[in-house]
Ligand binder design. Structure first.
Ligand SMILES: N[C@@H](CCC(=O)N[C@@H](CS)C(=O)NCC(=O)O)C(=O)O
Length: 245
């Protein structure tokens, strides 16, 4: 006589196999970056923007460079007592251009530097110019993301810097097709010049149409919008400042 096939008894799920409620676990950041003011610190903005463009996940370590205790803390974090400083595992990189180069090495697919060797050399040259030059522009027009100064008198020596910077921008945009300096995507050079774009807008500097459109392009980047929004929430307004910081 044929017997009906037995259905195997349902085994009770082991306690550990019970379905757990879905949890979102935030992955630890890959790195951290020390920054000072989002309103006034142009170098903080450059380093931060490079890390964002690289797609690095990082924690922001905000330090006040005016506070003596904070200065001691920065000294531990950044041997030069300058911001920004990138900490990635055991490695510390405390100069903005070096941060850009380092990020390009650990995130080679992010396109932080142009793929073409000639364009790459051009990019490094204009980044170097920004890094070591334009001191008249820096002191005449300090970055201030909360400010709006129409009619601001631009010191004559700064005019030469403005002329040179806009010539750099025009040449890049003409040669590589824009809308960013080296083509369709922002790269290290755009991060280096982003604080200049903010200054031109803050002080209503009269510039050519290509350069003015480039400033708008920089300000429309989602990363820039996030930085500016965070700057507006900062409480530490400075009444006066006479040097770039
Ligand atoms: N050349 C440096 C410049 C960095 C710099 O000057 N940072 C300013 C803030 S924007 C700073 O940390 N100043 C410290 C101070 O004034 O005590 C770099 O490329 O990172």
């Amino acid at each position: 006589m044929a017997t009906a096939p037995k259905t195997p008894p349902r085994s009770k799920p082991a306690p550990s196999a019970k379905r757990a409620a879905p949890r979102t676990v935030k992955a630890p950041a890959e790195a951290s970056i020390t920054l000072s003011s989002k309103t006034y610190s142009s170098w903080s903005l450059r380093g931060w923007l490079m890390a964002k463009l690289a797609g690095l996940s990082f924690d922001e370590v905000m330090v006040s460079i005016d506070d003596a205790n904070a200065r001691k803390e920065i000294l531990l974090l950044s041997p030069s007592i300058l911001v920004p400083c990138l900490t990635h595992g055991d490695i510390k990189v405390w100069d903005t251009l070096a941060i850009g180069e380092y990020l390009n090495e650990i995130k080679p697919d992010a396109g932080l530097l142009p793929a073409d060797a000639v364009a790459r050399a051009h990019c490094r040259a204009i980044c170097g110019e920004m890094h070591s030059g334009f001191s008249s522009l820096r002191s005449a027009l300090p970055m201030n993301l909360k400010g709006d100064f129409p009619g601001h008198k631009v010191w004559a020596r700064a005019l030469g810097d403005i002329e040179r910077i806009t010539a750099i921008w025009q040449e890049c945009i003409t040669r590589y097709g824009g809308p960013f300096l080296f083509g369709a995507k922002p790269c290290i050079a755009d991060a280096m010049y982003a604080p200049v774009a903010t200054r031109f807008l803050t002080y209503h500097v009269k510039i050519d149409r290509t350069s003015a459109a480039y400033c708008q392009q920089i300000m429309a980047m989602p990363e820039m919008k996030a930085w500016v929004a965070a700057a507006r929430l900062e409480k530490d307004d400075m009444e006066e400042f006479d040097m770039e910081f």
